[in-house]
Design a protein around this ligand. Structure first.
Ligand code: NAD
Length: 476
């Protein structure tokens, strides 16, 4: 990639003709680099390149080539894993140990979809009337992939791997805040044998570049991960020409702590569920519901543990919590802390900036004495801010857990596995972890009930999201 060329169309780097954007290091507030973003015309060019590649190359038919490309990409990513992890940490502020996990999960995801598509079996059988029916899964066509800033590489790969495996061509748009890891990944793609136009990259803001991609009539599908308000706008735009759409949106996930848990272990899970990646995780356990018999003890241990969390330079191996992603985002999170206080909740601990640190740091905030209809209980804050509420009965815990517009994930901590399974069955959430939290498994679906989204990523469902089923019936 030549310096100042940040758009990738038809296998070539191009200079963005849109605005200049400073890409920041959130742990220091320093500028890492500047990028030139795309214009609407360049989005149009990228879409037309993807359309041409879909219609004139053998990409859609040649499974062997696609499998080879995905495996090669995973190998190259593995070779430069540490470089990717450092880049991700510098651009997002996430602790280096967490960035390494993202890179290794990305490699696993590329390999999973290469294997899944390589072993795909076409369904064919004789029907009741003697005809033969065959069902094939064809690629949808040209797909726009739009991702947020909290896991820039990993969430991008969750879309890119199945989209390419299924035979689609793509235009990828990273978050305007965190484009660096995908710019680097594009360098790996550039050096591969992937036909030009199969993968295209455009940088820019959602309301300009993102919107142009969503509204483009030659885009057949939008796969979006981001906030629920943006998701709603994208859904409306896609409805205009019945474009296919997948939406992975926000959450307000509950962690239910029953009376039979080991207290220290439960607090560890709550810490991990709530403050991993500074709480900037769609499935973060931002509402902890604790049985009243251990509520006071739980709070004492949780706030003590939160006070000990190692906040620091995310490149440092011992750091447990880095800065928030941007100054604007920290401001938004601080506004929510203020809203909580104004609405009468009690800030038990945290929610402070860190003296002597120039980055966008904020200590983990724990609210108690909340009411279910408060905004800090109902709305996604997307930062290190949680609420803790007591419950008496299992049914009450389930009702509180389900009582928000979201339904992305939930956790249940209990030694009584029969109860845990029963509760998991009644929670309206796309993922429920029992005696654990946060692990995504590449073979299992990921997505939301209610206003947390439409469709699923990962697993076979993630591949199906990028295909159209076709039935071919032949009369002998
Ligand atoms: P966002 O919705 O502001 O932006 C996400 C992406 O969409 C960015 O690339 C942005 O440029 C683009 N965009 C914004 N407006 C657009 C428009 N009108 N048309 C097309 N593209 C547009 O979200 P964010 O602040 O970057 O990320 C945080 C949100 O992402 C949180 O709500 C979080 O819960 C959600 N998220 C969900 C999942 C999931 O798997 N469900 C995973 C991670 C993050």
């Amino acid at each position: 990639m030549q310096e100042s060329h940040h758009i990738f169309i038809q296998g070539k780097w191009r200079k963005g003709e849109g605005g200049i954007r400073k890409i920041m290091n959130p742990s220091s507030g320093e500028v890492l680099t500047e990028v030139k973003e795309a214009t609407e015309e360049q989005v149009d060019e990228a879409v037309l390149a993807a359309r041409r590649a879909f219609e004139t190359t053998n990409w859609a038919e040649n499974i062997e080539l696609r499998v080879q490309m995905l495996r090669e990409l995973s190998d190259k990513l593995e070779e430069s894993a540490e470089e990717f992890a450092l880049l991700e940490t510098r651009n997002t502020g996430k602790p280096i140990r967490e960035s390494r996990l993202d890179v290794s999960d990305s490699i696993t995801c590329l390999r999973y979809y290469a294997d899944l598509v390589a072993n795909r079996i076409c369904w064919e059988k004789e029907m009741y009337d003697g005809t033969i029916s065959k069902v094939v899964e064809e690629p949808i066509g040209v797909c726009g992939l739009i991702v947020p800033w909290n896991f820039p590489l990993l969430l991008g790969i969750w879309k890119l791997a199945p989209a390419l495996a299924a035979g689609n061509t793509v235009i990828f748009k990273p978050s305007e805040v965190t484009p660096l890891s995908f710019l680097k990944l594009t360098e790996l793609i550039e050096k591969s044998e992937m036909p030009p136009g199969v993968f295209n990259l455009v940088l820019g803001e959602g309301r300009s570049v993102g919107h142009s991609l969503v509204a483009h009539p030659e885009v057949d599908k939008i796969s979006f991960t981001g906030g629920s308000a943006t998701g709603r706008r994208i859904y409306q735009e896609c409805a205009k020409n019945l474009k296919r759409v997948s939406l992975e949106l926000g959450g307000k996930s509950p962690l239910l702590v029953f009376d039979d848990v080991d207290l220290a272990t439960a607090v560890d899970w709550a810490m991990f569920g709530s403050f991993f990646n500074q709480g900037q995780v769609c499935v973060a356990s931002s509402r902890i519901l604790v049985h009243q018999s251990l509520y006071d003890d739980f709070l004492t241990h949780l706030s003590a543990r939160a006070a000990q969390i190692v906040i620091g330079d995310p490149v440092d191996e011992t750091t447990e919590m880095g800065p928030l992603v941007s100054e604007a985002h920290r401001k938004k999170v601080e506004e929510y802390i203020q809203i909580g206080l104004t609405d009468g909740a009690r800030l038990l601990s945290g929610g402070q900036r860190i003296p002597d640190r120039s980055g966008y740091y904020l200590s983990p905030a724990i609210f108690t004495d909340v009411k279910q209809d408060m905004r800090i209980v109902q709305e996604e804050i997307f930062g290190p801010v949680i609420t803790v509420q007591p419950f008496k009965e299992e049914i009450e815990a389930i009702q509180l857990a389900n009582d928000t517009p979201f339904g992305l994930a939930a956790g249940v901590l209990s030694r009584d596995l029969e109860r845990a399974e029963r509760v998991a069955g009644r929670l309206r959430a796309g993922t429920v972890w029992i005696n654990g939290y946060h692990t995504p498994h590449v073979e299992t679906p990921w997505g939301g009930f209610k206003q947390s989204g439409i469709g699923r990523e990962l697993g076979p469902q993630g591949l199906a999201a990028f295909t159209e089923a076709k039935h071919i019936n032949r009369n002998l």
